[in-house]
Ligand binder design. Structure first.
Ligand code: M6R
Length: 610
């Protein structure tokens, strides 16, 4: 998804802008550009493709090096294809204004018609160029006034950074729906859409709220709202290290993040389990004992991997707490007018905390009067702030587009929630203590799977040539099948579908043949015998079956064609090591196929448009 970096200060802007763009590459993009002040005009340079193309275009001794103020962008195409013309920054008027923008201007057609009639010529197909010309048309020597008036005419979402040739050293930035963070330096401010672009320079950050607009010159920051005067916004400390955002010696961020999972899960669990009371603390949920006891239903919303984690939550909450739980595709939530009661708890799950569909579901649930909580990784993100209550994952920054450690941390939090809800109802202290022991064992179980990395890479060699694969599981292993299939398709481009093991017979089995392998979650526990029966049905159609089995389960090992063993544990915790096994399998298949693992084609890390 698009990324913004902007700089105003006392040192050359260009290196800060370019290193910031490099830091944002993980978000997914298809073109990049910069605009910096020069004495004569605002200079804009743009290139299709990677940031390295832009660096090549700028050359080594370029004339823009002395500029101390500028804006930069990585674009992920929405309006118009990925071309140099459509790349940001866009100029307003005759280069009087330059602007970068994340989000979508929904009334861009009407505004374009109005500006064309007023004599403006458009060089791109983007909604952003419309905004740049609109600001120019309103500009009378005061950028913040022009931007404020323009943004009041705009329908849609935006995170923007703008500059005017007549106001050297000044940036105007604003947000509605797309994040903007201000990094506060000594004599400088670095603006970005994502804190990873600023941590190299400073840890002091201000996250703008929706409808905030800031005027920044060097280290002077004046934040206002679009409708009123100055406001003060809290400064927070970014608590993850610059190193955490680097690959740390691994070939890909994805592999690094897979291997970080034992530590990430420990961080997620730390201080949240009370072994004396056999309960989970999760004070951030901010639910009184009365609210807990009255809880009628837990509604879980999320997208992609976060939704798959939510399904594990649904099973565990019903299983342990006896509380009605449902998981729903966040994108569907606000359009189907769901029934939500004041005693329902809506749990929004999101790694980034910025996913547009999940945010829209949060706002719908708030409007419908539910208790709404966020289960989010990114501190200070919009979902975290708007829900006001919730649980941070503390999994550390997840850079790879394919989500791994966020999933296992999400599941860990959901299991703790199940424990907390169960203890407020029907679970005894002893059973609570037993559940804590089982949850606390998860990091060790994951480590045992990671120790098999080389063996899993060998298994992967046998699953490279297929064009299609089915993942099957039942009970707690059904969400694992969905997540395994999502991982494989997004990074290896092999068509993969997750199915309930019993559902295969109701249609998809028609597609099975020698070239279509099946990956079966056959962990030992209730339902295993039935899944082994399904495995036999697949083999009877010539499909090769790779089983995820419980260590030492000779029956399962004898049934499947290949296997990866996960340690023995209850099925509800086996979700985590089994998913890790499938993450490694997908990773190695994609690596052996030579795919762009950290930035798969067409995908963005954070989907901030509907
Ligand atoms: O940041 P979120 O958790 O809200 O993101 C939701 C999905 O976009 C995300 O999980 C996506 O499915 C990942 N690429 C999966 O690996």
């Amino acid at each position: 998804m698009c990324g913004i970096v902007a700089y105003t200060g006392s040192r050359p802007a260009l290196p800060v802008l370019l290193s910031g763009l490099k830091r944002l590459e993980y978000r997914g993009y298809d073109s990049a550009g910069i605009a910096v002040e020069t004495p004569d005009a605002i200079a804009i340079r743009k290139a299709k493709g990677k940031v390295s193309e832009l660096v090549n275009l700028l050359g080594e001794n370029n004339s823009l090096e002395s500029s101390t103020c500028g804006i930069a962008h990585t674009r992920w195409a929405t309006h118009g294809p990925p071309t140099t013309e459509n790349a940001h920054p866009h100029a307003g008027g005759k280069n009087n204004i330059a602007l970068v923008h994340n989000g979508i201007i929904e009334n861009h057609r009407a505004l374009r018609a109005k500006l064309t009639a007023a004599g403006y010529t458009f060089l791109s197909e983007t909604d952003t160029e419309v905004l740049a010309h609109l600001v120019d048309s309103l500009y009378q020597g005061n950028l913040v006034e022009a931007v404020t008036t323009a943004l009041k005419e705009v329908e849609g979402t935006f995170g923007i950074a703008a500059m005017a040739h007549a106001e050297p050293g000044t940036l105007v930035v604003a947000r509605r729906g797309s994040p903007i963070v201000l990094g506060l330096g000594e004599k400088e401010t670095i603006v970005a859409s994502d804190a990873s672009a600023i941590i190299k320079h400073t840890r002091q950050a201000i996250y703008l709220d929706d409808n905030d607009i800031a005027i920044i010159k060097g280290s002077e920051v004046d934040i206002r709202t679009l409708d009123a005067g100055s406001v003060s916004r809290q400064t927070s400390e970014i608590d993850w290290s610059s190193d955490a955002a680097e690959k740390g010696g691994y070939e890909h961020y994805m592999l690094k993040e897979i291997f970080e999972q034992p530590e990430a899960i420990c961080n997620t669990l730390r201080g949240r389990l009370d072994s004396n009371r056999g309960n989970a603390l999760l004070s951030g949920l901010n639910l009184s004992p009365r609210e807990l006891a009255d809880l009628h239903r837990v509604l879980i919303v999320g997208c992609g991997t976060s939704m798959n984690a939510g399904l594990v939550g649904e099973y565990a909450i019903e299983d342990f707490a006896g509380v009605l739980a449902e998981v729903e595709q966040a994108a569907e939530f606000r359009y189907r007018n769901p029934i939500v009661n004041p005693s329902d708890l809506v749990v929004a799950i999101s790694q980034s905390g910025e996913t547009a569909d999940t945010l829209a579901a949060v706002r719908e649930a708030i409007d419908k009067g539910a208790l709404v909580s966020g289960l989010v990784n990114t501190v200070g993100s919009t979902i975290a702030r708007e829900t006001g209550r919730g649980v941070y994952l503390h999994a550390g920054p997840e850079i790879s587009v394919a989500s791994t450690k966020a999933f296992t941390s999400q599941v860990s939090v959901l299991l703790m929630m199940a424990l907390k809800f169960a203890r407020s109802r029907r679970m005894s202290r002893e059973s609570g203590c037993q559940m804590i022991r089982e949850i606390e064992a998860i990091p060790g179980l994951v480590q045992q799977v990671l120790d098999q990395n080389d063996a899993i890479a060998k298994v992967a060699e046998r699953y490279l040539d297929q064009t299609s694969t089915f993942f099957i599981g039942r009970g707690y292993m059904y969400p694992v099948a969905l997540e395994g299939a999502l991982k494989l398709k997004e990074i290896s481009y092999i068509h993969a579908e997750g199915y309930h093991a019993a559902e295969l017979k109701h249609g998809p089995i028609a597609l099975l043949e020698e070239t279509v392998p099946v990956i079966a979650l056959c962990n030992d526990g209730p339902g295993k015998d039935k899944t082994l029966g399904n495995v036999a049905e697949c083999q009877a159609r010539d499909s090769r079956v790779l089983g995820i089995v419980t260590e030492g389960d000779t029956e399962a090992i004898a049934t499947v064609d290949d296997h990866i063993a996960v340690p023995a544990c209850p099925l509800y915790t086996a979700v985590v090591p089994s998913t890790v096994a499938l993450q490694l399998l997908s990773y190695h298949i994609a690596r052996l196929k030579g795919c762009a693992i950290d930035q798969p084609r067409n995908l963005a890390k954070s989907v901030t448009v509907e």
